[in-house]
Design a binder for this molecule. Structure first.
Ligand code: 13P
Length: 254
């Protein structure tokens, strides 16, 4: 049985003061501890990783980062190395978010190099895939997502694939208030799992967690949580408020 993972992607939001205040408020909203049957992670901006990580110690809530660079060290001004994240206790790292792909020119080859860099340092990548609106309307969802999965997972071992998290985030659903339906999300997630099974074996495909992301809120979380294929959510806007994020964690308990 896979344990759902509900992860907060704060994007470029929250100062250190705001981020640390959030952790206390989240703990209170959860009634003091993380409920059984679900995992949770918070991915703050780089500047808040250290203090948030200190506060999360012993809470069962994991620390995540929103990005990393593919190299271990070197002259890469402005980039952050995987080992630097691992040192802070970072467990998850978001890779290939559609904002990185569209605004910062990340292609599938760079995304794959980042996934491999994360594994080299014991981090668990949350690999984001998803089609744009015009691709969905052109009937290309399957082709786009399959290509992103194939290229993103290139060179991984079945054991690494089993540990990986994939987030299916249709680009048209991100930050728009227009979520996919549970059935649509579950259908694409089934397709991703079958693709992974064909390439890496059934065991790895059944162990791998595949989340849905895109306008997930407490009001629609049940629509996704009721599908056994959907192993949690990657949440932007609704993760910024501690009570709303706590409600999402509760909604995905399995
Ligand atoms: P929203 O939840 O704000 O739609 O963002 C989703 C997302 O991009 C999470 O990575």
């Amino acid at each position: 049985m896979r344990t759902p993972l509900v992860a907060a992607n704060w994007k470029m939001h929250k100062t250190v003061a705001e981020a640390t205040a959030f952790v206390g408020a989240l703990q209170a909203a959860l009634g003091g501890s993380l409920p059984a049957g679900v995992e949770a992670a918070i991915c703050p901006p780089f500047t808040a990783l250290y203090p948030v990580g200190q506060l999360l110690r012993g809470t069962g809530i994991a620390l995540g980062a929103q990005n990393l660079y593919k190299e271990d060290q070197g002259a890469f001004t402005g980039e952050v190395a995987p080992g630097m994240l691992a040192e802070l206790g970072v467990r998850y790292v978001i890779v290939g978010h559609s904002e990185r792909r569209s605004l910062f020119g990340e292609d599938d080859a760079l995304v794959n190099a980042k996934v491999r860099a994360a594994f080299r340092h014991g981090l668990t990548p949350i690999l984001c895939v998803g089609e744009r609106l015009e691709e969905r309307e052109a009937g290309e969802t399957e082709a786009v997502v399959t290509r992103q999965v194939d290229r993103g997972l290139e060179g991984l071992s079945p054991a690494e694939v089993a540990r990986l998290v994939i987030a299916y985030e249709p680009v048209w659903a991100i930050g728009t208030g227009r979520a996919a339906t549970g059935e649509d999300a579950a259908a694409v997630i089934r397709l991703i799992r079958e693709r992974v099974a064909a390439r890496f074996g059934r065991e790895a495909a059944e162990a791998l967690r595949i989340q849905y992301g895109g306008s997930v809120k407490p009001e629609n979380a049940g629509e996704f949580a009721r599908y056994p294929e959907i192993d949690g959510a990657l949440v932007g806007g609704a993760s910024l408020d501690p009570r709303s994020f706590a409600a999402l964690i509760q909604a995905f308990r399995r």
